[in-house]
Write a protein that binds this ligand. Structure first.
Ligand SMILES: [Zn+2]
Length: 923
């Protein structure tokens, strides 16, 4: 799909407005008398039922006759929109028949789209009210359009254009189309204090004679006429056309159009829904509500403000860049829906009416505080009248909140200054006055004024931006000829309302850092700066502490509020640019510096929280570049990797102290202290482990391999429970251990860390723990083996436990090797039923098992015996009889007829078959 490249469509737009301003089109369809009630339904019938050319009933006068204007403006017979049906065309001029709409399609990002160059047009059907109170005649203070209340009844129509197919219309995403009306309604409801809204009440499909090659206004006029849709208060028509964009006189790239009648009724035309549709439809409803565009003053000579000269700017180097206020819904703002500016707000009678303070004629030098314009505070913006030019200027604080969240960033966060533009059809366009007017149009990313900058009107009134932050902006407006404020009036006002200051002991002294001034009093001082205003500093602990930091030249800077007393335990505090000073009788005065520690302190409730008052200053330069501050009931520790964490007084903090605080193995806390775990316990995590506490066990730290072994058992919810001691090191072979409610964990460099619990642990204990014959455990206790048994391996053997046999030791050695050859407990021998016993005949040893025994001596080796052969051997007196020790294992051979088993001993052989039983052959 290729679209003709428009030649500076921006100017084409301006031209079209010029035409319209001179000859407002009495659109042909708007002159069609309203049908009788019985015929009213016809235009809104299904699309297949084309409206007939003339209503059957006699025409009656419309309740509101758009064509009946004074001043002859309506007599212009427009050539913009044809009065007759479009000539039938056999060959559709548009070759686009298979466009697949993509809701994610952003025309602004599509190199093949012209949308980046052109946006949309707005056309008034009737002129707006002639007298704007914002005209330069000095009248002001009243909205051009009075506050309105109403729910616009919206008729949503999808159109099948001439030469287009049903499939093209089917491709209109109706969900997106409906959502755009909902989205517009939410926006206008928000800015109208819930008085204005839009509700879709009808939805139709319509086959039209209009062609996609018609200008968008012609399409709208044709469809309106075909539908016999009429302007009525609080009614609107929204049509969606099956094409990627619309055109004006052959220039494509138009994303929507809006028409209005007396700002209480109107029409909107849209192409296929795209990623921009919600914002564009919201913008077009701005036109329906009577607003024109939010533009930007562009001056090639860099001037910030120029006078009006009739319908032009007095300086030919300047022009109004249409749509150039890119942070306004009525500007080039398809990618979001920023709040309309204060000029538009007032023009359209939006809001509650208390949002914009009227300063009247600027006089003297006065500071004003602005609050975020997209917020809700009353008096958040101001307007003043230049005493010389009588032009009205609007000052807003643009911050990224609410509908401004996407746009009020970087150079567009700050103080925005607007006034009435030369464009528009009835004083209903705004122009933003920027600090870099040489950069015009859509490319100017710095529409707001920043702290330290001063805007001067063309008549000499100065607006100095004193400060800007996320919550407020301070501006000082100074009339021509007045000297900039030195705060004298504010200092006097503060002194008058502050008890305890006493008499002035100096005049107002200026020249402080950042343009500040002060005046001394017997009970303290009042300090003023452009950024902070004037505040008293009363003699006492807080002022002494501020003094010790270097007053306003120190890290605290200027006070930002009065001293506030009567807080917890009879304390006081005062806020400063760089933090606060808190004082109480018990703690004295200490600084709470802005930053992560103060934020954490705030999160805990300041002095009302568990920490109470600070007992010292913030101390930095500790381990890893960290900081801490102590409080009455704990401390806050901060490091770059852990952030600020609270260490409240109590047993966990005591144990933390015993471990050397952040310098110990635990390092910095990584989270808050958390209570309410098992057994009403508490814990806190640290870089190097954790500390767990219960009333029964006390507070103990865990870390390293032992902590990891504990974790494998399920921490305090596992069979080990809570730690009952600190980790102890220096054990045999460099080992360490830690005791827990259910056992212990032992670690060495070669064996790792393993827990011991229960009967197996008790049996290990009977050997002398790690100092005994088994040494350290080399693995965890493993359960779920034969018969519900468990085992645990040690350096020198294993302990096997079963319900039937209890825990028995299998020491490393030939008997255990022979036991292993039988498959341990899974083999014929089952579990050991007693310890290995030595000192029998010929330096032998044996161990009994559920299925027999294993006997060993140095010459015979270790061999198990069991079953009938063992019973026969027993009958001879075991190793003490004539057979002596077994010298082989039992071996069996099986044929098709029988099984034969034999085992050889020192003194003979025992043979067993099923038929003969066991028989002895002595040698
Ligand atoms: Zn527009």
């Amino acid at each position: 799909m290729t679209l003709p490249f428009p030649a500076r469509l921006l100017y084409a737009a301006a031209l079209s407005f010029g035409l319209l301003a001179g000859a407002v089109p009495a659109v042909a369809n708007d002159a069609v008398p309203a049908p009788s009630p019985s015929a009213t339904a016809a235009p809104l019938a299904p699309a297949e039922q084309e409206p007939t050319a003339a209503p059957e009933t006699a025409p009656t006068a419309p309740s509101k006759a758009p064509e009946a204007h004074v001043g002859g403006e309506s007599t212009a017979s427009t050539s913009e929109e044809p009065a007759t049906e479009p000539a039938p065309t056999s060959a559709a001029q548009d070759d686009v028949t298979s466009f697949v709409p993509d809701l994610n399609w952003n025309p602004l990002d599509d190199p093949n789209s012209n949308a980046r160059y052109g946006e949309h047009f707005a056309q008034p059907v009737t002129p707006m009210k002639a007298a704007s109170p914002l005209a330069t005649d000095g009248s002001m203070g009243t909205a051009a359009i009075g506050p309105r209340t109403g729910d616009f009844k919206v008729t949503l129509v999808t159109v099948q254009l001439s030469g287009k197919t049903v499939a093209d219309t089917d491709a209109i995403n109706m969900t997106a189309a409906r959502n755009s009306i909902t989205s517009a309604s939410a926006y206008w409801k928000s800015v109208s204090d819930n008085r204005l809204s839009m509700t879709k009440v009808n939805e139709y499909r319509h086959v039209s004679a209009a062609r996609i090659t018609d200008s968008y206004g012609t399409i709208m006029a044709t469809v309106t006429r075909e539908l016999n849709w009429q302007y009525r208060p609080y009614e609107a028509l929204v049509i969606f056309v099956p094409h990627a964009d619309l055109n004006y006189n052959g220039s494509w790239g138009i994303l929507g159009g809006g028409f209005t009648d007396s700002a209480t009724s109107g029409r909107v035309i849209m192409p296929y829904p795209s990623a921009l549709t919600n914002n564009v439809v919201t913008h077009e409803f701005g036109h329906v509500l009577g607003l024109h565009h939010a533009n930007s003053l562009a001056c090639s000579n860099g001037r910030f403000d120029v006078a009006r000269s009739g319908a032009s700017w007095a300086d030919t180097a300047c022009y109004s860049s249409e749509y150039g206020d890119t942070t306004d819904l009525m500007g080039f703002a398809q990618i979001s829906s920023p709040v309309i500016n204060a000029f538009m707000w007032e023009y359209g009678g939006f809001g509650r009416g208390d949002e914009i303070r009227n300063l009247g004629d600027a006089s003297g030098s006065v500071q004003h505080v602005l609050r975020p314009w997209a917020g809700t505070e009353p008096g958040r913006a101001v307007k003043f009248t230049d005493p010389v030019s009588k032009e009205v200027y609007y000052l807003e604080h643009r911050a990224p909140v609410g509908y401004d969240a996407a746009t009020a960033k970087n150079g567009n966060q700050g103080v925005k200054i607007t006034k009435k533009d030369i464009l528009g059809w009835s004083g209903n366009a705004s122009v933003v006055l920027t600090p870099n007017s040489k950069v015009s149009g859509y490319n100017n990313p710095n529409l707001t004024w920043q702290a330290g900058q001063t805007f001067t009107t063309h008549s000499g009134t100065k607006v100095r931006v004193d400060s800007v932050d996320g919550a407020s902006a301070r501006v000082t407006v100074t009339a021509p000829g007045a000297s900039a404020s030195n705060g004298s009036a504010e200092i006097a006002a503060v002194a008058a309302r502050t008890s305890g200051l006493g008499a002035a002991t100096s005049g107002v002294v200026c020249g402080l850092v950042n343009g500040g001034c002060f005046q001394d009093y017997s009970g303290g001082a009042v300090i003023w700066s452009p950024a902070t205003g004037a505040h008293a500093s009363l003699n006492g602990g807080i002022r002494s502490t501020w003094k010790n930091t270097g007053y306003e030249t120190g890290p605290l800077g200027y006070p930002t509020g009065a001293q506030v007393c009567g807080i917890r335990d009879g304390g006081c505090y005062q806020n400063f640019q760089g933090g606060a000073i808190l004082w109480s009788p018990a703690t004295g005065a200490h600084i709470s510096t802005n930053g992560a520690i103060r934020t954490a302190y705030q999160g805990s409730g300041f002095e009302n929280g568990p920490l109470g008052y600070p007992t010292g200053s913030q101390v930095c330069g500790i381990r890893g570049g960290g900081c801490y501050q102590n409080y009455q009931r704990g401390a806050i520790l901060w490091s770059a990797s852990t952030g600020a964490q609270i260490s409240p007084n109590g047993p966990i903090r005591t144990t933390y102290a015993a471990n050397g605080y952040e310098n110990g193995g635990l390092g910095y806390p990584t989270g808050p202290q958390i209570c309410g775990i098992t057994a009403n316990g508490c814990y806190q995590d640290f870089q190097g482990g954790a500390i767990h506490w219960t009333a029964a066990t006390g507070a103990h730290a865990t870390g390293g391999e032992i902590r990891r072994a504990w974790a494998r058992t399920g921490f305090e919810t596992g069979n080990l429970g809570f730690p009952t001691s600190a980790e102890t090191c220096g054990l045999i072979n460099g080992g360490c251990s830690q005791n827990f409610q259910g056992g212990a964990i032992h670690w060495t460099p070669t064996t790792g860390a393993h827990a011991t619990v229960g009967d197996i642990r008790r049996t290990w204990a009977s050997t002398g723990y790690q100092n005994g014959t088994l040494g350290y455990p080399t693995g965890p206790e493993t359960c779920g083996i034969r018969g519900g048994g468990c085992f645990q391996n040690y350096q020198h053997g294993a302990i096997l436990w079963s319900p039937a046999t209890g825990a028995q030791i299998s020491p490393t050695g030939p008997i255990r090797t022979a036991y292993q050859a039988t498959g341990f407990e899974a083999g014929n021998l089952g579990y050991p039923t007693g310890p290995q016993t030595c000192g029998i005949k010929n330096n032998g040893c044996y161990q009994n098992f559920q299925g027999g025994a294993i006997t060993w001596n140095p010459t015979a080796g270790a061999h198990p015996t069991g079953g009938e052969i063992r019973r026969t051997w027993a009958s001879t007196g075991y190793e003490n009889g004539r057979l002596g020790y077994p010298t082989t294992n039992e071996t069996c051979t099986t044929t098709t007829t029988t099984t034969r088993c034999t085992q050889t001993f020192d003194g003979g052989t025992i043979t067993w078959t099923p038929t003969t039983g066991a028989t002895i052959q002595y040698t």
